[in-house]
Write a protein that binds this ligand. Structure first.
Ligand code: HEM
Ligand SMILES: CC(C)=CCC/C(C)=C/CC/C(C)=C/COP(=O)(O)OP(=O)(O)O
Length: 321
């Protein structure tokens, strides 16, 4: 897991790091402006939007398709920037986030806010002009949900923060579909439900080994409030619920054998990784004695799970249909 933009190791990152944006906040590099958009996280968010668009019965033209993807990318990134603007106080406390552009002192908070609002509005207006009001409305709502409802309210007030807040990250498949079709249907709603139910085991696996950080910042994440043992159980419970819901597309006749096989195997994998987290060697409070190795594996697996599940759906509906 990376605390910075995630671009640091690549030649592209070294190149971007050399590009200084003159006259803006002194030391801000282009790399920092990109980091504010949480590029690694939104890569998977955008992929789920692409999947929602591509599994729809009708495809947009290539230019419109590219605009749809760009708008989801910019809108999700802008929401991430609102999050980094608002969370600058707690990001400065947590080790994982201390090096971000705002707590690192490389970008002024007010610049981040202006940047985030301009990108948010631009992404929504462009999507509206290029497609329709439904898609643009869902994008606007997701940005609001992540940037305001989750970040400014839920994150600091309840241990169910990411369960409810997870809705924000689950909307992109619906945006992709709606942008193409102008309406919604069963499949994009099921894709929403899949990402929604995937978010708790995704995040709680990470939160088990980032618990100290959240505790020091006073954020009521589940392991901080209810302890590690409770969180381990919740991860397993959600992998079972997710497993059931991931098979709904097969049950309602929205896809064929290929997706069913992929989903079943991926579900068994997630349950296996969840059970490893549950049965990790622990002290009497449920804290890991193995440096949370199983939780780290479960977090990594969660990323692969969602990517390959939606790949399976794409192959099933696009190539094998
Ligand atoms: C409320 C919902 C969510 C929370 C609280 C959450 C939290 C996190 C956190 C704290 C990280 C570590 C990021 C870092 O170190 O900078 C992370 C990583 C990641 N998340 Fe999530 N996440 C959520 C939803 C999602 C969604 C919906 C997606 C995509 C569909 C996603 C995709 C990713 C990816 C790809 C990474 C890995 C980034 C890397 O490799 O550095 N997350 N998530
Ligand atoms: C279309 C649209 C607007 C989609 C939004 C997608 C999106 C960016 C979802 C949230 C993912 C995420 C990184 C949450 C972490 O928040 P955090 O603040 O708890 O994590 P942090 O501690 O790393 O900042």
């Amino acid at each position: 897991m990376q605390a910075s933009s995630g671009l640091s190791a690549s030649p592209l990152a070294r190149f971007l790091g050399t590009l200084r944006v003159e006259g803006q906040d002194g030391d801000a590099a282009l790399q920092d402006w990109i980091a504010l958009l949480k590029p690694r996280v939104i890569s998977l968010v955008v992929f789920t939007g692409l999947a929602g668009m591509a599994v729809a019965p009708k495809w947009p033209s290539v230019p419109v398709g590219l605009v749809i993807i760009a708008c989801i990318c910019i809108g999700a990134g802008a929401a991430g920037a609102i999050n980094m603007w608002y969370d600058r106080d707690i990001d400065a406390i947590m080790k994982r986030t201390q090096v971000r552009p705002v707590p690192g002192g490389r970008v002024e908070p007010i610049s981040v806010l202006v940047y985030a609002v301009v990108l948010s509005v631009a992404s929504v207006v462009l999507l509206w002009l290029a497609t329709n009001l439904l898609a643009a409305g869902i994008l606007a709502f997701s940005i609001f949900f992540y940037g305001v409802i989750y970040t400014m309210w839920l994150k600091r007030s309840t241990s169910q923060n990411i369960v409810i807040g997870g809705a924000a990250g689950a909307f992109p498949p619906m945006i992709g579909w709606a942008a193409t079709m102008g309406s919604l249907d069963v499949l994009p709603v099921v894709m929403f439900a899949i990402v929604f139910l995937w978010t708790p085991p995704h995040f709680w696996s990470l939160s088990l080994y980032a618990c100290k950080d959240y505790e020091s910042a006073g954020i009521p994440m589940l392991p901080v409030v209810k302890g590690a043992r409770h969180t381990r159980w919740q991860i397993v419970i959600y992998t079972f619920i997710l497993g059931a819901v991931s098979l709904v597309p097969s049950v309602v006749g929205q896809c064929g054998w290929f997706y069913t096989v992929c989903a079943s195997l991926l579900d068994l994998g997630f349950i296996y990784y969840g059970l490893r987290v549950l049965f990790d060697k622990q002290d009497d409070k449920g804290n890991s004695l193995t440096k949370d190795k199983p939780a780290r594996h479960a977090f990594r697996y969660s990323l692969a799970y969602l990517f390959f599940l939606f790949c399976g759906l794409l192959i099933d509906r696009v190539l094998l249909a």
